[in-house]
Ligand binder design. Structure first.
Ligand SMILES: *[C@@H]1O[C@H](CO)[C@@H](O)[C@H](O)[C@H]1NC(C)=O
Ligand SMILES: *[C@@H]1O[C@H](CO)[C@@H](O)[C@H](O)[C@H]1NC(C)=O
Ligand SMILES: *[C@@H]1O[C@H](CO)[C@@H](O)[C@H](O)[C@H]1NC(C)=O
Ligand SMILES: *[C@@H]1O[C@H](CO)[C@@H](O)[C@H](O)[C@H]1NC(C)=O
Ligand SMILES: *[C@@H]1O[C@H](CO)[C@@H](O)[C@H](O)[C@H]1NC(C)=O
Ligand SMILES: *[C@@H]1O[C@H](CO)[C@@H](O)[C@H](O)[C@H]1NC(C)=O
Ligand SMILES: *[C@@H]1O[C@H](CO)[C@@H](O)[C@H](O)[C@H]1NC(C)=O
Length: 495
């Protein structure tokens, strides 16, 4: 297999000479040329400076970003070769802008894209069909700072440059009820095939950080996400009605779930009916005192299945792999596998909630009872557990079934009379300390499943003639790891 490290080329852009001189980015060459490192996999490259960008942290670059993407979109079609927008060192204030297909947004290490705090500059867009309304409020929602819709092959990367949502204004307006619409996210890609977000730092999002929705073949790798642990709803990475997703080597400190897998809300999510499936989360480090390392739900009305989480580290977090659902959601959460988790300073290790409530409106179907089945946890070491080992509450008449736990230790900060609280759950366990509640004391061979095969849907995609997908899947097949995941084609850089 080819090395996954992209080939880099040095580009000399005479066209940017004048503006490069004026704004003197650290990489400006002696001859007045702007020299920068660029991945070679796009045929056309432009710098934000070419479109009048000013990186002083005060001047608006909204027009520059929009013009730059519009310019590069001429290469986004069949045979166009694709385009890359280079964001040099500097502080680039902007309102939301859209991306295009076969496109790379590349951030210099000292580039900071700053979301404007002027709420009036954030366009208001329609609610998501699978939510029926905004998440914070009924009605519309603000666009996301970096948005894309109906695209193919989108890359957001760089030498660990930063996207800063300057969320403080939004958090205080949200808390004091001063917003009419739902807050925007930092990055949202809708109906997109092939998304690769790597080597960037995201800070202070107004709300969620990365929100791919109705999309597939997604990799989020080497991303740092930071928000104050008291900031409202600053979820890290939320795949929503997405398939073939790989999240790896990410570090998230946030005021809400580090990863939250979702698929729409009650009757709206049921109507759209798009599950989140074939999702791998590995080597994730999470700090989230008020939320989960990985949440499944609470919006899960398109279904969630085949989620594999491994090599997870959490520090001072509320719970680990948490299931949140309610009557009215319908659908299912099934085939969830977690192994090798090291957790320190947890409120609880296990948490499942069957009556999460929170409905979009009163029109939800009271007979839409979700199915929760086949949830496995293995090789879990938790220390400093300060509240209880587990709170597992299924749904009366529709118990959460097929729960499997093996080789789990929850070391409590102090002895508790009851450290497991269970209702309406059924399952098996082996080697679990402290001893689990009676409904989970069914015995088994001592290990829980963790599938190592690719899904059938992956195989059929592999046979498709769709070129970017073929490249993605060639990488899957060439990889010795047995878990399924989306691999972005580094090979697109070598032609
Ligand atoms: C991330 O950045 C590091 C160092 O700059 C580089 O070696 C690595 O290849 C990058 N990874 C990706 C996935 O872009
Ligand atoms: C910042 O920008 C505003 C309007 O764009 C302008 O009025 C103001 O003078 C600028 N401040 C500085 C310090 O450049
Ligand atoms: C971004 O794209 C959406 C449709 O996908 C469109 O409605 C919106 O006007 C675009 N925004 C900008 C600033 O171009
Ligand atoms: C985007 O894709 C979705 C799903 O295929 C489709 O329903 C929608 O009409 C598309 N929107 C545009 C603007 O092409
Ligand atoms: C990227 O930047 C963040 C924030 O400064 C830092 O915590 C992280 O270690 C950096 N990652 C890499 C790979 O340099
Ligand atoms: C749960 O796993 C069992 C045993 O592998 C299987 O028979 C059953 O169909 C699974 N349930 C669901 C809902 O997939
Ligand atoms: C139990 O889990 C621990 C921690 O992950 C691991 O080191 C150990 O090998 C596991 N034991 C068995 C019998 O698999």
């Amino acid at each position: 297999m080819a090395s996954p490290i992209p080939f880099f080329a040095v580009l000399l852009l005479a066209a940017t000479a004048a503006s490069a001189r004026r704004h003197a980015p650290p990489q400006a060459g002696a001859a007045g040329q702007s020299t920068y490192m660029a991945p070679s996999c796009r045929a056309h490259t432009a710098s934000l400076l070419d479109f009048g960008g000013v990186g002083d942290g005060n001047t608006s670059n909204t027009a520059a970003f929009r013009k730059a993407v519009e310019h590069l979109s001429q290469y986004s079609g069949e045979g166009g070769g694709g385009g890359m927008l280079y964001v040099p060192a500097g502080r680039w204030l902007t309102a939301p802008f859209n991306l295009t297909s076969h496109f790379t947004l590349f951030l210099h290490a000292d580039a900071v894209i700053l979301g404007t705090q002027d709420v009036t500059q954030w366009p208001v867009i329609d609610p998501l069909p699978s939510y029926g309304r905004g998440r914070d409020h009924a009605g519309g929602r603000y666009a996301s700072l970096v948005s894309g819709s109906n695209l193919t092959d989108v890359v957001i990367t760089g030498n660990n440059g930063t996207i800063d949502g300057q969320g403080a204004t939004w958090w205080s307006k949200y808390k004091s009820g001063k917003l009419k619409y739902t807050r925007g996210y930092l990055i949202e890609l809708m109906h997109t095939d092939g998304v690769f977000i790597s080597n960037v730092t995201l800070v202070n999002s107004p709300a969620w950080n990365i929100h791919p929705i109705y999309s597939r073949n997604i990799v989020v790798s080497g991303v740092t996400i930071l928000a104050p642990t008291k900031s409202p709803n600053t979820d890290g990475i939320n795949p929503d009605s997405c398939s073939q997703v790989r999240i790896e080597d990410c570090y998230v400190v946030s005021g809400d779930d580090c990863v939250a897998i979702k698929s729409g809300w009650d009757e709206y999510g049921i109507a759209v009916g798009m599950p989140s499936e074939h999702i791998v989360v590995r080597r994730l480090t999470c700090v989230s005192p008020t939320s989960a390392v990985i949440a499944l739900g609470s919006e899960m009305s398109g279904g969630i299945r085949d989620v594999r989480a491994e090599d997870i580290t959490a520090i001072g977090t509320e719970s680990a792999v948490r299931i949140k659902t309610a009557v009215g959601r319908g659908a299912y959460v099934r085939d969830v596998y977690a192994r090798r988790m090291r957790l320190d300073g947890m409120k609880r290790v296990f948490w499942m909630t069957g009556d999460y409530k929170s409905h979009p409106d009163d029109g939800y179907d009271k007979t839409a009872v979700p199915l929760v089945e086949n949830i496995s946890y293995q090789d879990v070491v938790a220390t400093g557990v300060w509240k209880e080992a587990a709170r597992m509450q299924g749904i009366q008449g529709a118990p959460f079934k097929g729960i499997c736990m093996a080789n789990v230790t929850a070391e409590m900060t102090k002895e508790r009379k009851v450290s497991w609280n269970c209702a309406d759950v059924e399952g098996v366990s082996a080697g679990v300390t402290p001893a689990p509640c009676a409904p989970l004391q069914g015995t088994h061979a001592g290990s829980c499943p963790f599938p190592t095969t690719r899904s059938p849907s992956t195989r059929s995609l592999y046979n498709s003639a769709h070129t970017p997908l073929r490249l993605l899947l060639l990488q899957w097949l060439g990889h010795s790891s047995s878990t399924i995941y989306s691999e972005y084609p580094a090979s697109c850089c070598t032609k």
